[in-house]
Design a protein around this ligand. Structure first.
Ligand SMILES: [Zn+2]
Length: 439
């Protein structure tokens, strides 16, 4: 490669700071965050000169004044990353360029978006461009550990009376091989996300010596509860964004299948059954999922457990409520098992896809990724965007990067990498978005 693009150099430098946050803020090493913030200031000096609000511990809120302060937009990303476990082909914090891609933790999630946004803003500032409306940048530092920075940024915006037109955070992408039989990439824009709720199932008993076990002890009851949960999945649901996705896919399917998706509304029951059968990823699109994750019993081989516990992670589908899902779990595990609710989050409100804000995202995506099919969808994972749903009716989750299926599988896993051309196309997308904000 000849001269390295400044956005690529910036990404390389950001990736080299291992900004891994801990759930316990006292255990987070601040040094990489401080260094990363210094790198941002150095690579994006004009942006750094805008009005900045520090959000503890290392997050950043920036206001770029437009011609009007009414109906601003908020562009979000996060500065923290998950740890780099697993076997990597190239060092996870090395940010080496190989085969036209930058390799390292955070290249896709989410430092690529940080650089995409900052490089777009910096280049427009260099040209003296003034956006039609205020543009706020909100970069959290605790996204991966469900920390407080996004909620604190929302509180600050609320305090200032800022009422955004729309908020854009990470989420969907220009996803290749996203749907069986569809050759075109899907530009999936999350318009809602499932609610993450966790409970512990607790079975208790007398315990005692393992040489004289009584039947029906805590471990046996817990095992029965777990198998009962697996045998009683929650009802299938086809929320409106999923039906819209199916409708938009219709024209891109082989001819015999097109009419089916054109009638996705009426055929929802059939389609949800098809999705349920199409693998774990598709099945998660049509119902609340239940995953038993942690398990514990007696600490010793020759001791009967007096308490046995199973952690259950629930992803609550739009259309279900936490209360309904908990009632289902209680009914299914039956008496003799206690439920301790660890965290409860409802699914996020559904943002509209039939008005000017979504149309803008759709149009710019069509201009920069003409082969892609833009569509709303329900996000399976949780993002900081959920904190903004109380502040704004339009919260969209989309990162303008092309990602192969293999690349998507590297997020939170080994060998995360972003194509250099894809990073630069993302910068162009953010630039165009800001340029085309209407008055
Ligand atoms: Zn992320």
């Amino acid at each position: 490669m000849s001269e390295t693009h400044p956005a690529v150099r910036a990404l390389q430098e950001l990736v080299r700071h291992p900004t891994v946050a801990d759930r316990d803020p006292a255990r987070t090493d601040p040094a990489p965050f401080v260094a990363l913030r210094a790198s941002l200031a150095e690579h994006f000096p004009l942006l750094h000169g805008l009005e900045r609000v520090e959000v503890e511990p290392h997050a950043l809120l920036v206001r770029w004044p437009g011609r009007s302060a009414e109906g601003p937009v908020v562009l979000m990303a996060h500065l923290d990353v998950v740890p780099a476990e697993g076997r990597w082909t190239h060092p996870p914090f090395g940010a080496e360029v190989h085969e036209g891609a930058v390799w390292g933790r955070g290249t896709l999630d989410d430092k690529g978006a940080v650089v995409g946004i900052c490089a777009a803003v910096e280049s427009l500032l260099t040209e003296g461009f003034v956006p039609a409306r205020d543009v706020w940048l909100s970069f959290g530092s605790t996204e991966e550990v469900s920390g407080t920075t996004a909620a604190d940024a929302v509180a600050e915006l609320r305090r200032r009376g800022v009422r955004p037109w729309f908020v854009l955070d990470e989420g969907g992408a220009v996803a290749a091989e996203a749907f069986p039989l569809v050759a075109a990439p899907l530009a999936v824009v999350g318009v809602t996300e499932k609610g993450v709720t966790s409970v512990e199932l607790v079975a208790e008993g007398a315990g005692g010596h393992a040489s004289t076990p009584a039947p029906g002890g805590p471990t046996a009851r817990l095992a029965r509860a777990i198998t009962a949960l697996e045998a009683a999945p929650l009802p299938l649901r086809a929320p409106a964004p999923t039906l819209e996705l199916l409708r938009r896919l219709g024209p891109h399917l082989p001819a015999p299948l097109r009419p089916v998706l054109a009638r996705a509304d009426r055929l929802a029951p059939v389609l949800t059954r098809v999705l349920r059968a199409a693998g774990a990823e598709a099945a998660a699109m049509v119902r609340t999922t239940v995953a038993v994750t942690t398990l514990s019993g007696s600490p010793a081989l020759n001791v009967v457990a007096s308490t046995a516990r199973a952690g259950v992670n629930l992803r609550v589908m739009v259309g279900d409520t936490v209360e309904e899902v908990l009632a289902h779990v209680r009914r299914t595990v039956g008496p003799g098992i206690r439920l301790e609710v660890v965290e409860r989050n409802e699914p996020s409100p559904v943002s509209p896809w039939d008005d000017a804000a979504f149309a803008l995202l759709e149009r710019i995506t069509g201009e920069l990724f003409p082969d892609a099919v833009p569509t709303p969808y329900v996000m399976m994972a949780a993002t900081d965007a959920r904190f903004f749903t109380g502040l704004c009716d339009r919260v969209y989750r989309f990162t303008p990067f092309r990602m192969t299926k293999a690349q998507r599988a590297t997020i939170h896993a080994a060998d995360e990498h972003i194509g250099v051309a894809d990073l630069l196309a993302g910068v162009d997308w953010y630039r165009r978005l800001v340029q085309e904000l209407p008055a």
